[in-house]
Design a protein around this ligand. Structure first.
Ligand code: AP5
Ligand code: MG
Length: 218
């Protein structure tokens, strides 16, 4: 098999980016890189960096670029080779970040930027019921819980509500999505990289649509 695809997954908070990025990563054998997960891990580790990030996250604000770029650089240095493919979830989400990503990928451009499209009423419902493993970040929903007593199926960690899934933080995140992230959908459209995929309905159906979109670009 040739190299894996280089994919950016865009979509509102709660659209299912994390859920589907994990499945795409497994399907194509590529790393799943989520800036939200990297930031939550730094916060849990209690580093100076992490504590600073946590304050922004819990308010629903974007974390400053230097922190996000620093964590991504550490992750890439730890062994991922961008030319072999990846799925990026939650990055880029401002035009500065999109431009920086293009620069960093020079010579190995993105294959596709996907807008996982879900209406706001649906994402609010999904976020209200979301539960995540505090150890590995695996995502569940109250309607689809882990097999045993809110213990993660993957690693045995405790499955809890995310600290930024409060009403105020969610409203702020959605507002920032419209202001900062929606413009980059247009940026990728102009570059001819954009595919819009319907993120509503059964997760398996959404996954099939995503694979069809990615395969069409390989
Ligand atoms: P991040 O962790 O990226 O959060 P987000 O963007 O708010 O997105 P979510 O993780 O909330 O949604 P998702 O689309 O992954 O949905 P999920 O798969 O969980 O970022 C958190 C914070 O970190 C930001 O607010 C910011 O502070 C900071 N940050 C991160 N990146 C940054 C950056 N680049 N620059 C600056 N700051 C940054 O699904 C949601 C729920 O729905 C789950 O319960 C799931 O089980 C369920 N679900 C999924 N699919 C379906 C389906 N088909 N049907 C029914 N339920 C479903
Ligand atoms: Mg996520």
């Amino acid at each position: 098999m040739g190299r894996g695809p280089r994919v950016v997954l865009l979509g509102k908070q709660g659209a299912g980016k994390g859920t589907q990025a994990a499945r795409l990563a497994e399907h194509y054998g590529i790393p799943h890189v989520s800036t939200g997960e990297l930031l939550r891990a730094a916060a849990a580790a209690g580093t100076e960096f992490g504590k600073k990030a946590e304050e922004y996250m819990n308010r629903g604000e974007l974390v400053p670029d230097d922190v996000v770029f620093g964590l991504l650089a550490e992750r890439v240095a730890a062994g991922d080779r961008v030319e072999n493919g990846f799925v990026l979830d939650g990055f880029p989400r401002t035009d500065t970040q999109a431009i920086e990503l293009d620069r960093a990928l020079e010579g190995h451009p993105l294959d596709i930027a996907i807008n996982l499209d879900v209406p706001t009423e649906t994402v609010l419902d999904r976020i209200a019921g979301r539960r995540v493993c505090e150890n590995c970040g695996a995502t569940y929903h109250v309607s689809l819980p882990p097999k045993k007593d809110w213990t993660c199926d993957e690693c045995g960690g405790k499955v809890v509500q995310r600290a930024d899934d409060t009403e105020d933080a969610v409203m702020r995140r959605l507002e920032l999505y419209e202001q900062e992230t929606v413009p980059i959908i247009d940026y990728y459209r102009k570059l001819g990289k954009l595919e819009v995929v319907d993120g509503e309905g059964d997760g398996d159906d959404v996954f099939k649509r995503l694979v069809t979109a990615v395969d069409s670009r390989l």
